[in-house]
Design a protein around this ligand. Sequence first.
Ligand code: MTE
Ligand code: MO
Length: 334
Amino acid sequence: MLIKIPAPSACKENQVTDEKIYHQRRAIIKSLGFMGAASLLHTSKASAFNLFGDDEKTVFATSALDYSPAKHYVTDDIYTPEDKVINYNNFYEFGTGKSDPVANAQGFKVDPWHLTIDGMVEKPITLGYDDLFKKLALEERIYRLRCVEAWSMVIPWIGFSLADLIKQAQPLSGAKYVAFETLYDPKQMPGQRSRFSGGGIDYPYVEGLRIDEAMHPLAFMAVGLYGKTLPPQNGAPIRLVVPWKYGFKSIKSITRIKLTDKKPPTTWNLLGANEYGFYANVNPEVDHPRWTQASERRITTGGLFNQSRIPTQMFNGYDEVAPLYKNLDLRRNY
Ligand SMILES: Nc1nc2c(c(=O)[nH]1)N[C@H]1C(S)=C(S)[C@@H](COP(=O)(O)O)O[C@H]1N2
Ligand SMILES: [Mo]
């Protein structure tokens, strides 16, 4: 079956409705079993190359039978314009202000890159930069991202499921957790040079998931957004996206994924255990000690003051993860 995929650049921030319809269509096209991503890769190593090609591109989907009604890979929500997604960031390695990452990360070197998956696995592996785009079929997913600070965005990511990546290393049955680590490179990351410039974090930034959370199909490894490779400020060349958890779990610029039988330390929990838990599931009923989590500021179009305040949903609306926590008191395990 032949499918036409329009270039993402076709959408403009002031065409919200068009943008929405346009992308919705694209996401559905993607869920039709699009397997051609590797063949769309540019050989160029220029900074942000277009993962869907420069123009309308004809690609092959395997067959309509591949369609799975994965309702949570798409959304009716209005997309956050690309310009907001790539200019309003949290990436403390590049500074603690929202506009610091875009200002300080532009020279960040992502190629060569090494991502190692090791620990309790049958077959430890290390992926180089090109492998990140070629080893697994790329797909697009539209996810809500809810920061613990109570703002949120809707972002079209490109990547593959974390489960598919982990399976490449063949986890041992005793592995109970997955630990993640961001690059440690103070020469490139000014926030890592001192405690004061990096928000008090003891770098490298580390995160973790229980193995069943990590293997959940919604847990995603992103290598791109809005049809292009990730900008450095969004965690190039590869970052985690866990849409039902607060944004700080979605660790950026990952160099190591380690399977372990011990609960791994996590950066924000180390920084303030009474404010940031290991689970960090989005939960409107459990407030942050210093602010409510019952609602959030959705960043769409418009200035800072006309963005809508909307109710926060349990698990950020991804209720299919609820069974993962059926035996857990989510008030105590925030
Ligand atoms: N290594 C690293 N990963 C990180 C962070 C960080 O400071 N360092 N910030 C987190 C937080 S708090 C959020 S909300 C998201 C923001 O992702 P975005 O900038 O792509 O929207 O990245 C997360 N991942
Ligand atoms: Mo965040």
